[in-house]
Structures are given as structure tokens and as C-alpha cells.
Design a protein around this ligand. Sequence first.
Ligand code: C5P
Length: 220
Amino acid sequence: DTPFIVAIDGPAGSGKSSVSKAVARQLGYGYLDTGAAYRALAWHVLNTGADTADADAVRAAASDFDLRLGLDPDDRTVRVGEHDVTEEIREPRVSSAVSGVARVPEVRAAVNELFRDMVARASQPAVVVEGRDITTVVAPDAPVRILLTAAPEVRAARRANELVGENAAAVAAALHKRDASDSTVVDFLTAAPGVEVVDSTDLDFAQTIDAVLTVIAQRQ
Ligand code: C5P
């Protein structure tokens, strides 16, 4: 049996990752952070010394991408081959490079196959799959599809809180730049038909989790 999929999309700083992880943990579901996979790929491209803005170089580097990413919400370790890149993929140099890598269509197609494969082989009965195009491209037939949004200034503030020591204005600027670049590739700011919007602008973490759990319960 293919696992039940809970697809969650949203922009950076929407709370998507922490909420998806918490929901998966609470329900005993698997958790797939597709952003982490794109970040690992960007790390890999940078590691080969290729220019992440050069689509041909990105395609070449992506052809030997050995991603090791599990579905356990309590183990967020990400490896590329033998390299543990869990921490490095969150560095600003990777955040700045990831959009360029993620905009190459053949790369997206290959990565999407990887995601579908990982979900199909999951040991859990269900998987929360989180990203930008899960509700529309990766799993458009998922029984639960959610777009998690929040006002831009709230997203920037949340992201600045996560990155202790970083300049808040710089964080906000980098986040908006990445969103602007990403949204030319996939639309993750408007909900596709049948996708439930959860706006977390005025919700705290626990309330956002509850809102998502409510949608899951309704759609099951
Ligand atoms: O979710 P996160 O912010 O970690 O995602 C990192 C980047 O990966 C995004 O900025 C985007 O460029 C890319 N991404 C994507 N499609 C997804 C998930 C992430 O293009 N489904």
C-alpha cells in the first residue's frame, strides 16, 4: 500500500518545517523535508565547485547526487554520500544558492522522482511531505493538501528569531529575495483548487499545529 500523504506547502518562515515535523511526530507519521533535499543538492553543487547559476553545471552535478535523508521526524540528519551536511545546509551560502539549483526543470523532475520513491518505501502508514510544490506537482492527489501562509513581516521576524546573531534586516531581505526567486518557478503563495489555507499570522505554534491537525482529521 502506498502511504497516506499529507502535503504541506508554504513560503520560508511560514512555520512549515517546525509545524510539519510536530504534526508528524504527534501522529506517528513520517516526515519528508523537501527543502532539505534541495539544500543538500545545492551543497553538493557548491562542493563540486560548480557555479550554481549555470544550469548545465547544475545538471551535471545533480547527476551524481547521493542523498541520504530519512523520514523519521526525530532524526533530521542529512547526508550527501558520507558527508553529514545537517548543519551546513542551513548556512547563508547554501540558502543563497538553493534557488538557482531548484529552478532547473530536469533537476526538479529528478528530485521529485526521488521524493515519490522515498514516500513509497516509507515504513510509516502516512508521511507529511513539506515544500513548495507538494500540493501541486509532487503529490497533487494527496488526500490532505495544505498551504501554510503568514504575513511577510511575521515570516521575516520568525526567521530572524531562529538565526541568533544575524542582522534582522539582512535576514528579512535575504528571505524576500529567495521567495521572489522561488515564486518565479513554483507558485506557493496562492492555494490551488482543493488546497486548504492555514494562515498562521495570528496563531502561535501550538495553535498552528491544532489548525493543521483539524484539517487532517476532516480529510481522513
Ligand atoms: O523549505 P526551505 O526554505 O528549506 O527550502 C529551501 C529551498 O529549496 C527553497 O528556497 C526553494 O528554492 C527550494 N525548494 C523548492 N521546492 C520544494 C522545496 C524547496 O524549490 N518543494
